[in-house]
Design a protein around this ligand. Sequence first.
Ligand code: SF4
Length: 680
Amino acid sequence: MSNMDNTVIEKGNFDVASVSNSKSNMYCFQFSYLYGDEIYLPYSIGILWAYARTIPEINNSIQNKGFVILRENPNDIVSRLEDPKIVAFSTYVWNWEISVSVARIIKERYPNCLVIFGGPQVPNADRLGDFFEKYPFIDIAVHGEGEITFSEILLEYVNDKKFQTVPGLSYRGFTTELRPRVRDLNTFPSPYLTGVFDDLFALPYQYHAVWETNRGCPYGCTFCDWGSLIAQKIFLFDEERLIKEMEYFAGKKISHVYMGDANFGILDRDVGIASRIALINRNNDGFPKKVRVNYTKNSTERVFQIANILNKQKLDKGITLSVQSMDPETLLTIKRSNLKYETLSAFIKRYQSEGIDTYTEVILGLPGETYKSFKDGIESLLEASAHDSLWIYRCSVLPNAPMNDLDYKNKHKIKTIKSPIDLHHTEPGKDPVQEYEDIVVETATMQTKDYVRCLLLSWATQTFHALGLLRIIAIFTNQLNDVRYTTFYERLLEYAEQNPNTVLGKEYLRTKEKINQAITNGKSWVNIVPEFNNQTWSLEEASYLRIMLQLQTFFVEEDGFLNYLAKTEGFVLEPKMLTDLLKYQKAIIVKYENTKTEEFETGCAINSFHRNIIVGKKEKLQYGNYRVIIADPYNFNGDKNRYSTEILFWGRRGGKTFYQTCKETPIEQEYTDQLKPASK
Ligand code: SF4
């Protein structure tokens, strides 16, 4: 709703008079991170321009001089612009700071240039607050779906009309009425099929693409801004157009396609779309190579069919189950409903039996969560077999998420800090402008000290269980001695604290200090391990790599931890079992040194028992003499760069930290086999 109805709006400090004779130069900004030579095509702003240029008045008066996507020094970027009259920025949390840095300089150098900001990072009209005081160089903030609003702004610009006639925006003194969502998304031409990005293909980059088959999300999880931006009803793009877009990606040799849908698999037609993707991939030399999907969270059968289709074609390596929390109280507080535990657990096992990887995501810091409920959630996910695939993220408060509502924040006593956004697996110090997010460090149900405990438990669970350094031992003590997984890792943290001079103890102290610095002083969460690639790693990945440098000592010292665990949890670990477990645990981890095939004997069927548990099958542990042979297919030969890239960077999703070729034979059987006549 306009708060200045019937008011004549002054022409802003941008030039609307000089456009009549020649085309005005416009630049479209959507900054992305460059990974090697790979970068995303700017879909969000591309579709705005694809629609705007269908309007002859705009096309005749405004020239899109190009898309600016690369994160470079803002001064360098601006110095390359030629007399910009209009600049439009598509923003999200990961490109906000660089966008405002560039916009600020543009306004200094070109005071008459019209500066337009849109995207999810622009606060909704009712949350604008002092936005225009804080960012005086921004002329117009676009709220919500942007295609039509953007075109109408350009028309206003061309015709020197008044911006108060354009719904869906704010301009300093006024905010116009909300614009209803567009029901027929096919109104907007595809930026891919209409050649909007053609010029970008002349640049030396490999592009990734965002692909949108529908818009809207019927859910309203309070941590998510998706609902607020395009809430409720799902509107569709035509299938014919979608197939053509997919063929375009294949033709352009685009390797990665990221689906922009909130809930792929929510519609019946999605199974057919997945089949068409697989067909296109088959007919085009395997392009696109990967299609990453945000699956709908509650539809099991359809999602299973889609995951199967994509997995068979090696298009999507697995399926992500974003449970976010396992606590009913928390789910109520964040307005989210999940699959029931039994269904989720059966779901994970079904995927695993089909050879489809599952990744389970949890968010730490959600209102309603306590240390205990968080810990119980991790426990139940591990019980449900999410052993090598647990991902724990920090809760970020996005500007337009319901969680950022003042009443909601007050009610749940949400305390945030401004924290650097860390990019993992990139060269440190390369990014010209640091981005930030607001992360939750305290709520009514979780004091900061408990948040830190959760972070440490997450670190321990991910480093030693998900990445596997102690997973075998945790599984065995869980199955044979009834030690809860989370108890195992809590005891590990205690032992680390009490033994600061061990490899484990030093790693614990280093991590604790890093967490403390991040929370207290807003320092970065990322880590560098100089012995490996010159790139950034998460807390658990860095710990994993540093421990790999001292693996022998680490395992010698773990003997002490296991004795501590047995003592505190009141069970007896047979010396032979202890030796076997440590031997197998150490052997199964992929190493960077020149490793040959490892061969040893055990007193029970550790390998088959562990492999069964991982896929959710519980069978009795078989005792007896077994020969275990573990083959090393990598031959890293000390190449730490290749090791960390293949095993941790690329391989973490897919459980590459363990050797997969492992043969376990009962020794008697082996003897009998030797007596068999050799085959001719
Ligand atoms: S988290 Fe997913 S399901 Fe929830 S509102 Fe956001 S997009 Fe919708």
